[in-house]
Design a protein around this ligand. Sequence first.
Ligand SMILES: Nc1ncnc2c1ncn2[C@@H]1O[C@H](COP(=O)(O)OP(=O)(O)OP(=O)(O)O)[C@@H](O)[C@H]1O
Length: 242
Amino acid sequence: MLSLSGVTKQIGGLTAVNNVDLTMSTGQIIGLVGPNGAGKTTLLNIISGMLSPTGGKVTFLNEDITGMSADRICRRGISKTFQIAESFPNLSAEQCVMIGVLFGNTRSPDMRDARAEALEILSFVNFPGEKAGTLTRNLNVVELKRLQLARALASHPKLLLLDELTTGLNPKESSEAVDLIRKIRDGGTSILIIEHVMSVIMGVSNRIVVLDHGEKIADGFPHDVVNNQRVIDTYLGDIDAF
Ligand SMILES: Nc1ncnc2c1ncn2[C@@H]1O[C@H](COP(=O)(O)OP(=O)(O)OP(=O)(O)O)[C@@H](O)[C@H]1O
């Protein structure tokens, strides 16, 4: 469903993403890992249209989406969560999700239907029902993470890009997030996930892709990738979460 060919992003004198090839099939969860500054977020931003690549091509469902604007890419079925869980501070949780529902809806908007759907999505991501009307500036980090996921799901994506969803969560919350990621995949959405906690990545990914200094240095089954000497030397040797 997704194919990247020679994708490159130069930012000033720095090559943040360097000649990356990647293919992804429907129904897969791919884990994207690598040291800090490896280019993971930049790559997700290129796929979602937040950034234009300086080289290469991005194809989604047989359409060239390279450099297309983020809103058009979202309408084609790709949505993304952000590393920092932020939201519209003066809107309630349900209003934030309603925006996504209305944006993703090609029919004329009906507020009552949109609200019902927003509440359904919030419930799907285990957002506490009694806080649906709470302004987002009063939500805690776990609630904001769930809300972010709900907003990303509101446009019914075919491909979901998750940027460090479990950062800031405790082990129990992380494990609930893993269950949710699987539930979303089982509902037919493919997922590309950036994650530093290796137990999470190992637990959910069909395949793991490793970036280092903008370049792809490994791509394969989880067991093979974590036993790859180059991956151990450049990344796994430095983390204690594994
Ligand atoms: N807007 C920008 N201006 C300048 N440099 C940038 C910009 N965005 C990213 N970079 C640089 O590009 C490189 C890749 O950054 P990126 O955020 O994609 O890495 P990452 O793998 O997501 O890192 P982390 O795990 O720390 O989030 C880094 O060296 C970063 O400093």
